[in-house]
Design a protein around this ligand. Structure first.
Ligand SMILES: C[S@@+](CC[C@H](N)C(=O)[O-])C[C@H]1O[C@@H](n2cnc3c(N)ncnc32)[C@H](O)[C@@H]1O
Length: 438
């Protein structure tokens, strides 16, 4: 295994310390995005990588910790071990991993910075040496592919998955524990996909076209064979391209905006789907967002993608109420509702550690409030696309059934319904309704 240390400006031991502290913050209930947003630019890439891998490999690292240490270690030591063991496990899957002696040395060094007791140093050293032996290839040179590791989820979450997906729930959790690939959305206002793929190739970046997901045709999605920093993507700062999961790119494809249509993006921040709608058609668009901190990101994205015009309005407001609305009925509404985010945990591995069972019922009620109000703002003949990035039935099919039963003028159009996570897309739910009559 080669040593990656030289690629990063931050020493590995320091990155391990910050990552273990970030895990501590997640365990105290803080979102990892919030924690990572506070880091300096040179710290973030490596700390994010270490922390994401530690959370994705939590189940296996904790099996090993329980096997090797009879009494549970103090929390800071546990988090540092989680970060370090994940490096061994990732090294099994990734030829670019760190050398075993580097992981042990740097973790022991991190103890001095983070948990400066002889006890911690000795314990971390002993445990990681044992892990390195367990992970080493057998002496006769025979090695087997590593066992798949499932994503950590709390018991109530696991029970829901078992109930909703009795045959595939384990495969789902294994898929969600894998690193998510980098997927791009080419800005159709600037390039067609083939043109941009050629630019990538010139820059030495290999990519593959993603033509469809769940039977829906995609015309802007490219999968990168290896992730690269966005600064390496040709024309990124001039708006040529965005990073967006392929499953998320179905929203604009299904709503199919047309020039001149009046469209509401009811839950818009940070604006990924807003931008995709505008890249596809010169429509009149209201991007509505409740959260005062997140709303600024919509404008930032539209700036970079050169998508601002006098036909686009970014507005702060509550989509479950009419107070912000001028009374003009919309041709189409995208309702990308707040949800558990249980479909996107490979990109947000802190989510299973943060959600509580009671959140799901509360989210279901919020989603119903949003659906009810959105329907009132839609023209007769107009279309409403309901989206969540959830795997739970309560936030997907159950909501669509409830909505259709409550609204006799709601005609269900063809849409994929529940999409499960795969190697090229996260998990989403899509239902499309047409307003049949007033
Ligand atoms: C799933 S995210 C939207 C992602 C966005 N559509 C995209 O593709 O980039 C849901 C958003 O809805 C916002 N939100 C939650 N409740 C809302 C409400 N009642 N009215 C408007 N926005 C709301 C949240 O703050 C959050 O930014």
């Amino acid at each position: 295994m080669s040593d990656q240390k030289s690629q990063h400006s931050l020493p590995l031991s320091e990155a391990m310390t910050i990552s273990a502290q970030a895990i501590g913050e997640v365990m105290d209930g803080r979102s990892l995005t919030e924690v990572l947003d506070q880091l300096d630019a040179h710290e973030r890439p490596i700390v994010q990588c270490l922390t994401f891998d530690a959370l994705r490999k939590w189940v296996r690292s904790h099996e090993l910790i329980a096997q090797l240490i009879p009494k549970a270690p103090p929390a800071p030591v546990e988090y540092l071990l989680s970060v370090s063991i994940a490096l061994f496990l990732q090294g099994n899957q990734d030829s670019k991993g760190y050398a075993a002696h580097t992981i042990v040395d740097q973790a022991v060094r991190a103890c001095s910075e983070y948990e400066p007791t002889m006890y911690a140093k000795g314990l971390v050293n002993a445990v990681l040496r044992k892990v390195s032996l367990l992970q080493a290839p057998a002496k006769d040179g025979v090695s087997y592919p590593p066992d798949p590791i499932p994503m950590f989820v709390p018991p109530w979450w696991r029970a829901k998955l078992k109930k909703d997906y009795s045959k595939v729930w384990q495969a789902l959790l294994i898929q969600q524990a894998k690193r998510a690939p980098l997927i791009l959305r080419v800005n159709a206002k600037q390039y067609d996909r083939t043109e941009y793929q050629a630019l990538l190739a010139q820059a030495g970046i290999d990519s593959k076209v993603i033509d469809e997901i769940a039977g829906v045709k995609l015309d802007a999605a490219l999968l990168l064979n290896e992730p690269v920093p966005v600064s390496d993507l040709p024309g990124f700062y001039a708006g040529a391209v965005s990073v967006q999961d392929a499953g998320a790119q179905l929203a604009a494809a299904l709503l199919d905006p047309q020039p001149g249509e009046l469209i509401l993006d009811a839950c818009a921040a940070p604006g990924g789907k807003t931008a995709h709608l505008l890249e596809r058609a010169d429509c009149e668009l209201v991007a509505l967002e409740l959260d005062g901190d997140r709303i600024g990101r919509i404008g930032g994205n539209l700036d970079r993608l050169r998508l601002h015009s006098n036909k686009v309005r970014i507005q702060r407001g509550d989509a479950s109420k009419a107070a912000w609305w001028d009374g003009r009925l919309f041709d189409k509404i995208l309702l990308d509702a707040p949800c558990s985010a249980s479909g996107i945990v490979s990109r947000h591995p802190d989510i299973p550690f943060l959600r509580r069972e009671a959140d799901i019922k509360a989210l279901q009620l919020r989603q119903r409030g949003l659906l009810t109000q959105a329907w009132k703002m839609l023209k007769p003949g107009g279309q409403l696309l309901y989206v969540t990035c959830s795997l739970f039935f309560e936030e997907g099919e159950a909501q669509a059934d409830w909505f259709a039963a409550e609204h006799s003028n709601a005609l269900r159009l063809s849409a994929p319904g529940q999409i499960l996570p795969t190697a090229i897309n996260d998990g989403f739910y899509y239902a499309l309704f047409k307003k049949n009559g007033p």
